[in-house]
Design a binder for this molecule. Sequence first.
Ligand SMILES: Cc1cc2nc3c(=O)[nH]c(=O)nc-3n(C[C@H](O)[C@H](O)[C@H](O)COP(=O)(O)O)c2cc1C
Length: 338
Amino acid sequence: MGCVLDGVPPGIEVDREDLQREVDLRKPSGALGTPRAEEDTVEILAGVLNSRSTGAPIVLFIANRDTDSSKYNRFRTVPRPGHADLTQLRKYGETVDLRGGGQFSGRMTAPMVAAGAVAREMLRTIGVQVAAYTQQLGRVDDPEDRTLKEVRRQARENPVRAADPEIALEMIQEIMEAKHEDDSVGGVVRCLAVGLPIGVGEPFFDSLEGELAKMMFSIPGVKGIEFGAGFRAAGMRGSEHNDSFLVEDGEIHTVTNHAGGVLGGLSNGMPLDLRVAFKPTASISREQRSIDLERMEDTTIKIEGRHDPCIVPRAVVVVEAATALVLADLCLRGDFIA
Ligand SMILES: Cc1cc2nc3c(=O)[nH]c(=O)nc-3n(C[C@H](O)[C@H](O)[C@H](O)COP(=O)(O)O)c2cc1C
């Protein structure tokens, strides 16, 4: 796995250990995740000298070491329900590489997280911070409106990345229950970003919401995104939904943040507040209905192999990285980062 990060200004601190710490947060956690144990060692191949970006494209590389491709051949004939086997087979034909899920594997997010650590560093130079947590996991919901500070303090302290230790226990229970029943669960990751200046985003097609949505839908398993009140806004009155302006310590704020920090596709100075919905993991070990593509008839499939009963905890750092990448990119485009 790897990536090329172009456009990073010279002089940004790029410490391999920082990148590694972020990538390690994406690893499965004990009984809650897949037994696949990848080292995920991040190598910086180019673009960094003495822990500083040189201005040349940064090339990152992460080797796959703990591979077991033996279970994937079957999906050429009997595609997994909910996964991308059928669609990629039909798009690319017989030469397609289905091992590990091919280019539709969750592993595609490992280099994204490493790149996101560089983007975070770029954002740090202008005082922007990003933090995410698991707000909902299956039936367990965190109803509190958490602050970025709270999220930063708590979410990395428990394996499900919840913003509250009690709720974390309930979420762990929810995953264990699904696993026990040969099933899987999904959930919602909420991501906050503070310190954004007013005006980040490029009209018309590259709005802040548009770019973030496009990036989030690159993460495998994502089925929805909301900003602020999101779909709830449709049922609200204008008098309720409008965020009234106020001046606080000489700065423009709003009383509420139903807009999620975005007006007209541009950041409005309030915290960016987005929620990303993940579906339950497709690969479950229960018997399911599928089709035999050679015989063109109905059959069943029982998936073996090493899969996550819930990808949401691992996806939290991915959503943070994806957000940081979009924000850093739009800050460069809008000359907010020199
Ligand atoms: C970190 C991460 C790990 C994932 N692990 C698995 C997995 O073990 N098994 C699985 O079926 N899907 C897994 N997925 C999701 C699939 O890659 C995804 O559902 C599939 O490519 C189909 O794409 P779609 O769900 O976006 O339509 C993972 C996703 C992420 C972000």
